[in-house]
Ligand binder design. Structure first.
Ligand code: NDP
Length: 246
């Protein structure tokens, strides 16, 4: 706890779902947290209140990660409030499913803008501004290995995120900054549950040998490991946190 007391973590897309669990966990591990969100100001503010009530430190920061200037402003706010940035968790993401033939331009453009360009925007900023000894963790997805029908564009964005993970690992040589990705399987959040029939949810729940959906806290635990002292020697890896689905 004391070892990370003064460290600062930006968690993108932290107003709900996996990102909120990550922000809560990192705050309880002693990080000062920037709770980024796009539209849900109220839930982000509630999370900050909960973190503070539990004795942690956090601020919320609105920024659409697909907008490079907004991302710059979020990094400015982190530096102005807490003096620097030690951890970036690139969690913000959207998922839109359709067969490739049925995927329209908006489906493609929105996922590339938020999942791929959004990660690029924050990674570029982090590569320039993060303090030595930092940790970068990108959210990929186990669909990169599973390659399910109707996930072509979403999977392509996450494969791109994994590619940037591996190359940035090398480009940050000499600064003691690790870059890794965590690739969840089906996890019980709005992104996974919304719009799916119960039979589909049940089928996907049974896929993992552990026979349950992941919970946001399961993913937050993997992130906390990579962000904390025990993760120091893990670099350039993709950790699939999915109950054994692949
Ligand atoms: P949710 O839909 O539950 O939450 C998404 C979060 O991202 C929200 O906080 C939302 O903010 C934020 N967000 C969306 N667009 C933007 C944007 N343009 N700029 C900033 N923030 C944005 O998703 P999950 O928690 O399920 O997913 C988190 C990550 O995990 C994603 O990268 C996803 O691809 C990945 N993942 C999820 C899996 C799952 O089964 N759930 C499986 C594998 C990977 P706001 O509330 O303000 O809209």
């Amino acid at each position: 706890m004391n070892q990370v007391r003064s460290k600062v973590a930006i968690v993108t897309g932290a107003s709900r779902g996996i990102g909120a669990a990550i922000a809560r966990r990192l705050a309880s591990d002693g990080f000062r947290v920037i709770v980024n969100y796009a539209g849900n100001a109220n839930t982000a503010a509630e999370l900050v209140d909960q973190i503070e009530a539990a004795g942690g430190q956090a601020i919320s920061a609105q920024a659409d990660v697909s907008d490079p200037l907004a991302v710059k402003r979020m990094f400015d706010a982190a530096e102005e409030t807490y003096g620097g940035i030690d951890v970036l968790v690139n969690n913000a993401g959207i998922m839109k499913l359709a067969s490739l033939a049925e995927s329209d331009d908006a489906l493609f453009d929105s996922q590339v803008a938020i999942n791929l360009k959004g990660s690029f925007n924050t990674l570029r900023e982090a590569a320039k501004r993060m303090r030595d000894g930092g940790r970068i963790i990108n959210l990929s997805s186990s669909v990169v290995g599973l390659r399910p029908l109707n996930y072509a564009v979403y999977t392509a964005t996450k494969a791109g995120v994994e590619a940037m993970t591996h190359i940035l690992t090398k480009e940050l040589r000499g600064r003691n900054i690790t870059v890794n990705a965590v690739a969840p399987g089906p996890t019980a959040t709005a992104l996974f549950l919304d719009g799916k029939r119960q039979e589909v949810i049940d089928e996907l729940t049974r896929l993992a040998p552990l026979e349950r959906l992941g919970q946001p806290e399961d993913i937050a635990s993997a992130i906390a490991f990579l962000a904390g002292p025990d993760g120091a020697w893990i670099n350039g890896q993709v950790l699939r946190a999915n109950g054994g689905i692949i």
